[in-house]
Design a protein around this ligand. Sequence first.
Ligand code: ZN
Length: 73
Amino acid sequence: MKLSSRRKAIAPATRPAAVKAGKCPICGKPQDAGYRPFCSKRCSDIDLGRWLGGRYAVPGEPVSTRTEEDDEE
Ligand SMILES: [Zn+2]
């Protein structure tokens, strides 16, 4: 019997300290004061690119309206 192992079952809560420290949401590195909440301009640009990309450049799905059945007359 290993009843004492029950203590390990308790999952540690999310540490508030980690939130306060502030990590770059792109790469997870510590934030830079000049580029918060990112660590660098590069990551800032990446995030911005994703943002604009999703908003303005909607990737079109490959258009293939042709069906093999449609070819016969
Ligand atoms: Zn980063």
